[in-house]
Design a protein around this ligand. Structure first.
Ligand code: MTE
Length: 299
């Protein structure tokens, strides 16, 4: 494998070791080339490891930002398998370790822009979703891909909550060409270590030009479909959360502006506000996917 053991490499991860912080095993992967023209890399300041794993949205564990770090330990992730269904040559249920055994891991440094108008720069480890899709050979009528998160109430306290707003399991989707775009990534790690559970272990999607809610966590099922699939936030409130959810400072969320964002780490006195870019700054790589589409209508 053309990888390097990151813990011995350049990225002396700026995390502190506390009794409450489990240090996860290091991964072998190829470091990203420091070339921002691909979109795979940015030299913007990385969010500290602690922020990335303590300020989360993972409603399966509660709605507060610190709930996932507190409660996701209850989720067992070993063994883990992914079911591949629908318009595909090779459907079935596959052990994650078997899927990963055919894949080389690499690093990507991406901006993550939440629809709530905060953002972080995160050094992910993983592989292009296209590499996984190719293993299962979608048929020509596979126009969309739907992703499904683990649905295990005994280990996910948010699923047992009577006040939960989402109809579980959490589902997301992409058009097949979006899914095959080289920027679309499946992450199994961050900061050179295995993905913490609160960030969507053992495997989660990362679609850097879309609002963070598209980046579905802890994936157990991938379906290849002819029609546009249901997605959780769109089903909950379609006027606020579209299927496409491309980062777009020109389209307001009905309850707040999307023109700027708070880049974490940020404090009350130093909010670190910056202007939001169309497609979260990845327009050069992805704008052509939407040529001819009215992005106010298909928000
Ligand atoms: N995936 C699942 N299954 N459940 C969730 O609640 N939240 C989404 C997304 N993926 C979510 C999810 C939202 S709103 C965001 S902004 C990102 O995860 C946050 O990822 P992070 O906690 O790793 O920063």
């Amino acid at each position: 494998m053309a990888g390097s053991l990151l813990s011995a490499g350049v990225m002396a991860a700026p995390f502190s070791v506390g009794a409450e912080q489990q240090i996860l095993p290091a991964l072998r992967y190829k470091k990203v080339t420091e070339d921002s023209s691909t979109g795979y890399y940015t030299n913007e300041m990385l969010a500290p490891y602690d922020d990335i794993k303590q300020y989360n949205n993972f409603y399966e564990f509660g709605m507060n930002k610190d709930d996932p770090a507190r409660y996701s330990e209850a989720m067992s992730i070993d063994p883990w398998s992914i079911t591949i269904e629908g318009a595909v040559e090779k459907p079935g249920t596959f052990a994650l370790e078997d899927i990963l055994s055919k894949i080389d891991l690499e690093e990507r440094i991406y901006r993550l822009r939440c629809v709530e108008a905060w953002s972080m720069v995160i050094p992910w480890v993983g592989f292009p979703l296209a590499d996984l899709i190719k293993q299962f050979q979608p048929l020509s009528n596979a126009k969309y891909v739907q992703f499904v998160t683990l649905n295990r109430p005994s280990e996910m306290r948010g699923l047992r909550s009577r006040t939960s707003i989402i109809d579980w399991p959490y589902v997301e989707g992409l058009r097949i060409d979006e899914a095959m775009n080289p920027l679309t990534f499946l992450a199994t790690g961050l900061y050179g270590r295995q993905l913490p559970k609160q960030n969507g272990a053992p495997i989660r999607l990362v679609v850097p030009w879309k609002y963070g809610f598209k980046s579905i966590k802890s994936i157990v099922k991938i379906r290849f479909l002819e029609k546009q699939p249901a997605t959780s936030w769109n089903t909950l409130q379609s006027s606020e959360y579209g299927f496409y959810a491309n980062v777009n400072p020109e389209v307001e969320h009905p309850r707040w502006s999307q023109k700027s964002e708070r880049r974490l780490p940020s404090t009350f006195f130093s909010p670190n506000r910056m202007l939001t870019e169309p497609f979260n700054g990845y327009g050069e790589q992805v704008a052509s996917l939407y040529s001819g589409m009215d992005l106010r209508k298909f928000y």
